[in-house]
Design a protein around this ligand. Structure first.
Ligand code: SF4
Length: 279
């Protein structure tokens, strides 16, 4: 793993596309260590940030070590412009803010410290698959209703995780993280995105008592291109080779969606793009 510490020029980037309900994305890292042996469906590997890197996705990370200071300055600027209270920030869109190197560099923690001291901005969504997010429970509870933690869990089946996303933390570990955050009063979302082969009733039964809400997405609906990007990443071939061809069907997620809605209520379960629009 090649880790480079860099100085960024800016840290809040205006959003668009499926995150249009957010004002900015925030990526404290470029590259993602989970790309190595996890997330074969990750669309970031087809984006310019990876295509022009000249390296293998998952084998490099650039850490923006001045991110907290930049954030402080950019929040101050927003305050002067009068847009501070309406900031809706998604962290992160093209990396995982709690990938392994964060344990040492603590850049994401530094960002949360800035947010915690900055007053009443609109909303921050922390999107991760890593239990390391628990380390920052103190800051997350300080941020209260201004923050959601959205934790990716694609299946309840540990053998599926090992086959498709082997470098991801275990299902049990991620469920425990969700539970701890929720019990501590942090607003939590289980991001079942994309849905991988799973047992609908069992999975919904694990999520319902541990998360405030759930959002579900699929390889066909969630890639922003009607499944074309998932096809380019050879996800249909991968699922077929493992005996899961049926899980590429258009309706493969419906049983899980229905089970989640039964157990959690419609208002606590979102689907695809609109489902990521948190309040
Ligand atoms: S954690 Fe997110 S950004 Fe990182 S490889 Fe997986 S899907 Fe891509």
């Amino acid at each position: 793993m090649m880790i480079e510490e860099v100085q960024a020029k800016s840290i809040l980037n205006p959003t668009g596309g499926f995150l249009a309900t957010y004002t900015h994305s925030l990526n404290a890292y470029q590259g993602c260590a989970f790309g190595k042996n996890s997330c074969p469906y990750c669309y970031v590997r087809a984006m310019p940030v990876q295509r022009f890197s000249g390296k293998v996705w998952g084998e490099w990370v650039k850490a923006k070590v001045n991110a907290p200071e930049l954030l402080r300055q950019e929040l101050e600027k927003a305050r002067r412009k009068g847009s501070f209270g309406s900031l809706r920030i998604f962290m992160s869109t093209a990396t995982d803010p709690y990938q392994g190197v964060e344990a040492r560099l603590k850049i994401t923690r530094g960002l949360l410290e800035v947010f915690a001291c900055s007053g009443a901005f609109g909303l921050l969504v922390v999107q991760t698959r890593s239990p390391l997010v628990e380390r920052d429970l103190d800051l997350l509870t300080t941020l209260g209703s201004r923050v959601w933690v959205s934790l990716t869990i694609e299946t309840n089946r540990e053998e599926v995780r090992r086959q498709i996303t082997p470098a991801s933390p275990s299902i049990e570990r991620r469920l425990a993280t969700l539970e701890r955050l929720t019990r501590a009063g942090v607003r939590t979302q289980a991001a079942i995105s994309p849905v991988l082969p799973c047992d609908a009733e069992v999975f919904a039964g694990l999520i319902a008592p541990r998360a405030n809400r759930a959002v579900l997405d699929t390889l066909l609906h969630g890639d922003g291109a009607g499944g074309r990007r998932s096809a380019e990443l050879k996800m249909p071939e991968l699922l077929r080779s493992l005996g899961y061809a049926d899980w590429m069907r258009e309706d493969a997620h419906l049983e899980l969606l229905a089970a989640l809605r039964r157990k959690m209520g419609d208002e606590r379960v979102g689907f695809s793009q609109g489902g990521f629009n948190l309040l």
